[in-house]
Design a protein around this ligand. Structure first.
Ligand SMILES: [Zn+2]
Length: 221
């Protein structure tokens, strides 16, 4: 799930137009940014299973980025960050903070939908949850595609962004969806966990920067 997280950010960004959509995209991908960073640092791990070519699902040990307790902590931190940054929003500042937390936590919910029961509630050895939707790949990808279309339909009308940037935003969202589909169907096993973490981290950061660039500047709406 990658495009689905971006879609959730687009839907949430509709509720506060004065916050750059890139900030919501970054929030919705925060747990993955933490995951890839922690894998590179050796604090969390992933294994590429022998059946990766057919399942396209690495096995994760990721209590600090994707545990339920951790997800709640990251959501609170994001809310605190938004509270500190969006002083200019006045009375809407608290709403921006809550929306930012919602964007972070949407990641946990969507991942819990697709991952196998490997998302711990607390620490690495605690009970783990996951509805394993990705085991039914066509359905998982259909859900992700639907999320992207709904996210775009919610964000684009009334965004106040110039038309050419909205076109670029729609194309970027669809390209991310295409990447998500390719990653879950065609992609060969990555050479190593480190390589997967490094390339994924770079991709996520580039995507966030792109959305922030497209969402920059004052809105007319
Ligand atoms: Zn994730």
């Amino acid at each position: 799930m990658f495009a689905g997280h971006v879609a959730a950010a687009l839907a949430i960004a509709r509720a506060e137009r004065r916050v750059n959509v890139g900030a919501f995209v970054g929030a919705a991908l925060l747990l993955d940014i933490a995951l890839w960073l922690f894998v590179l640092l050796g604090w969390e791990s992933l294994t590429i299973p022998a059946d990766f070519a057919s399942t396209h699902q690495p096995q994760f040990v990721f209590p600090y980025s994707h545990g339920l307790a951790a997800g709640l902590v990251w959501s609170c931190l994001a809310a605190a960050g938004a509270w500190a940054v969006y002083r200019r929003l006045g009375t809407a500042r608290a709403r921006a903070a809550v929306l930012m937390a919602a964007a972070v936590f949407s990641h946990w919910l969507l991942d819990a939908l697709v991952h196998r029961p490997e998302m711990p509630l607390l620490g690495a050895s605690s009970t783990a949850v996951g509805l394993a939707l990705a085991d039914n790949m066509p359905l998982a990808l259909a859900v992700e595609a639907a999320l992207v279309l709904v996210g775009m339909a919610l964000f684009i009308p009334g965004s106040g962004l110039p038309r050419d940037r909205l076109k670029a935003l729609a194309i970027l969202s669809l390209v991310i969806l295409a990447f998500s589909v390719a990653g879950m169907t065609l992609a060969p096993p990555p050479p190593s966990a480190f390589a997967m973490a490094a390339s994924s981290l770079l991709t996520v950061v580039v995507v966030c920067v792109f959305f922030a660039w497209l969402g920059r500047g004052p809105r007319s709406a």
